[in-house]
Design a protein around this ligand. Structure first.
Ligand code: IFG
Length: 481
């Protein structure tokens, strides 16, 4: 296990020099978890061509996935000797992460969709691993440009290989409403009818959203839906005149400005609307979090903003969910367990952030100059924005989440948002996401002491062939490849 190229780098690696496991063609997988066993077999069969039956009991399995009584929530142990590979974990999430590490210890050709030549070797040794932060996320803005379920499912497949465990879907904004709400049908019909640039837009049916939730859950990814309120609401205001102060609906918006829209804080219809939407979204979301946005409410007075948040945040708690908001929500009265998502990028302290920390919010770190995946890599990047600066893979990697905020902040983890004003296709998503998201995944998973750019860039370079085999495009960052 010297020079292994696992990303995120595991917490503890103990090589067994000279020991190598070779997966035999007649190998059997024995697993305490049917889902973990099936996932591993599904990942190995295409490239190896081996049958790899999965059984609950076997005297001498080649690979064993074992649930044990102790261990960290998402931790695992991986033991490789000449005759067997054993993954031990207390939870199925831990088994899943041990499987991801095992797949990265095998030759990169294991990621091919067709049978490749072996031998299917795994270097001997022991890995004991667990995450630094419990919240390791990515966000996909499906409002500025809409992406159908297939694109989102593929995005989940790729991010879960790097032990990302939350996907935040930005489901509503000025340009589009992207989740059908049965009690307010015009949101999908009219609010979902367009997107930035005037294209056809679209909207997840509730069945499609449920399919995304289920697919993500199989890969231990929890969906965090965001209904952005009270700003970023032109699509809803366009769909329903009665939500507007003067009863007149604004036209659909296909530009890229922000801050011009607001729900009408003094109108009761607003709260019936919000309650119905949050109720239906909560019912579709098994995860603990409902994100209610709160950013860039530049057309909402501070007094109205606070009054709105005082009425709406308790709705989330009453639905059995925990509030997440962009850090502008900080001054509003805190609901139990609230997470404030920090997206600042300036060195000076941000008053809203300080208010969130003072109220005891957990802080989800999304520093725009480090993890905003819609930022260009360099001036030459054909898509993306640059208001928070350029973000090379090294910029995304070379920082310590514990050193960003005042000492008493409670850091929940790290999330990398991909806003899609300039992102129109799956290829655009891949170009901006890879290789930076795997870098950010290591920031969120691995111990700071185990991380350094010089070693990371060598490990990361080895993933280029894997992405190519999987049809995942990426930016050939000259500092990496
Ligand atoms: N800020 C806006 C996003 C998006 C982004 C693009 C947040 C929280 C700029 N709000 O980031 O809607 O427009 O980089």
């Amino acid at each position: 296990m010297n020079d292994i190229t696992v990303v995120p780098v595991p917490a503890r690696v103990e090589p067994a020099p000279g020991v190598t496991f070779v997966l035999p063609a007649d190998g059997v997988i024995r697993s305490d978890s049917a889902s973990a066993g099936a996932f591993l077999a599904g990942a190995l069969r295409p490239a190896t061509g081996f049958a790899l039956p999965v059984v609950a009991d076997h005297p001498a399995p080649a690979i064993e996935l074992r649930l044990v009584a102790s261990g960290a929530d998402e931790g695992y142990e991986l033991d490789v000797d000449a005759g067997s590979v054993v993954v031990r974990a207390r939870t199925t999430a831990g088994l899943f992460y041990g499987v991801q590490t095992l797949l990265q210890l095998l030759p990169s050709s294991v990621d091919a969709a067709t049978v490749q030549d072996g031998p299917w070797t795994v270097p001997g040794g022991r890995i004991r691993d667990e995450p630094r932060f419990a919240y390791r996320g990515a966000m996909l803005d499906v409002s500025r440009h809409f992406f159908g379920p297939e694109v989102v499912l593929r995005f989940v497949d790729e991010l879960s290989r790097y032990k990302i465990n939350f996907l935040h879907l930005h489901l509503s904004d000025d340009q589009g409403w992207r989740i059908a709400i049965e009690s307010w049908p015009e949101l999908a019909r009219s609010g979902g009818a367009t997107q930035v640039g005037g294209g056809a837009g679209g909207c997840f049916s509730q069945a499609e959203y449920a399919r995304i939730v289920a697919h993500a859950a199989e890969r231990h990814v929890t969906i965090v839906p965001e209904i952005d309120l009270p700003g970023h609401t032109n699509a809803a205001l366009h769909a329903y005149p009665q939500l507007n102060a003067d009863g007149t609906a604004p036209p659909a918006y296909t530009g890229v400005d922000v801050g011009f829209s607001t729900l009408t804080v003094g109108r009761e219809a607003t709260y019936t609307f919000v309650q119905d939407v949050l109720r239906e979204v909560a019912a579709l979301t098994p995860g603990p979090y409902l994100h209610i946005g709160g950013d860039e409410a530049q057309s909402t007075s501070t007094e109205d903003y606070l009054a709105f948040m005082d009425r709406v945040q308790p709705m989330v708690t009453a639905l059995g969910k925990t509030v997440v908001g962009w850090h502008q929500i900080g001054p509003a009265r805190r609901e139990p367990g609230r997470i404030a998502q920090y997206w600042g990028h300036k060195p000076e302290p941000d008053e809203d952030l300080l208010a969130a920390i003072a109220q005891g919010d957990r802080i989800l770190l999304s520093p725009a100059d480090r993890v905003y995946l819609d930022m260009k890599y360099t001036v030459d990047t054909p898509i993306g924005l640059d208001w928070a600066g350029h973000i090379t893979t090294r910029t995304a990697y070379d920082w310590d989440p514990a050193a960003l905020l005042p000492g008493d902040a409670d850091v929940a983890g790290v999330e990398a948002p991909l806003w899609t004003e300039t992102v129109a296709t799956a290829a655009d998503i891949h170009l901006l996401t890879f290789p930076r998201l795997p870098a950010i995944a290591e920031v969120a998973w691995s111990p700071q002491a185990a991380r350094d750019w010089a070693a990371f860039r060598v490990r990361l370079a080895a993933h280029g062939p894997r992405w190519t085999l999987r049809g995942v495009g990426f930016h050939p960052d000259p500092e990496v490849f």
